[in-house]
Design a protein around this ligand. Structure first.
Ligand code: APR
Length: 173
């Protein structure tokens, strides 16, 4: 499985699945969540509302992941996950690892061969970019799946891109 680090807007990535750093409501927000909903169009919100009326009446718990169609995006699916919010005291790295690992597991289940991640929790949710990068790269490095051929991390700032580059080089040894 190839891992690639890119800088740019995740909504433009032509991969099988892009991961959305959502919140538990699944009803949109700012940051990458807002960008994905804007680019996907209103049907994405409708699909998320349907999830709230069926599988997730209480909302998507932190660390869990669920896929929807991607509608107007180049990708085929959006995998919504909720990272831990450091500003709400959610500082357990296990929760962040679960967000990455469960997104990978959902990708395997739906048969995605390529997936793009943002830096989950490194924005509004206030996690240190170095901690997010290490957790992300380790989660991918430990992923036992067989369907995924390529994992992209699509970073939106130089600072976060540098953090991921450093974590990636540390993993490579
Ligand atoms: N493409 C790639 N990365 C992006 C994009 C984009 N279009 N827009 C923002 N980012 C980056 C941010 O710069 C940050 O590094 O994604 C990372 C995650 O930031 P957030 O989107 O703020 O996500 P998070 O920190 O997990 O907070 C989630 O914010 O937007 C709300 O509804 C969302 O309540 C939820 C919370």
């Amino acid at each position: 499985m190839d891992i690639e680090l890119l800088q740019g807007d995740i909504t433009t990535r032509d991969v099988d699945a892009i991961v959305n750093a959502a919140n538990s409501s699944l009803l949109g927000g700012g940051g990458v969540d807002g960008a994905i909903h804007r680019a996907a169009g209103g049907q994405l919100l409708e699909a998320c509302r349907a999830l709230r009326q069926t599988d997730y009446p209480e909302g998507l718990p932190v660390g869990q992941a669920v896929a929807t169609d991607a509608f107007n995006l180049p990708a085929r699916w959006v995998i919504h996950t909720v990272g831990p919010n450091a500003l709400a005291g959610q500082t357990d790295p296990e929760l962040l690892r679960q967000a990455f690992a469960n997104s990978l597991a959902v990708a395997e289940r739906i048969g995605a061969a390529t997936i793009a991640f943002p830096a989950i929790s490194a924005g509004v949710y206030g996690w240190d970019a170095d901690d997010v990068a290490r957790t992300a790269v380790q989660a991918v490095g430990n992923h036992p799946g067989t369907c995924l051929e390529r994992v992209e991390f699509v970073l939106f700032s130089d600072r976060v891109a540098r953090a991921f580059q450093a974590a990636f080089e540390e993993l490579r040894g």
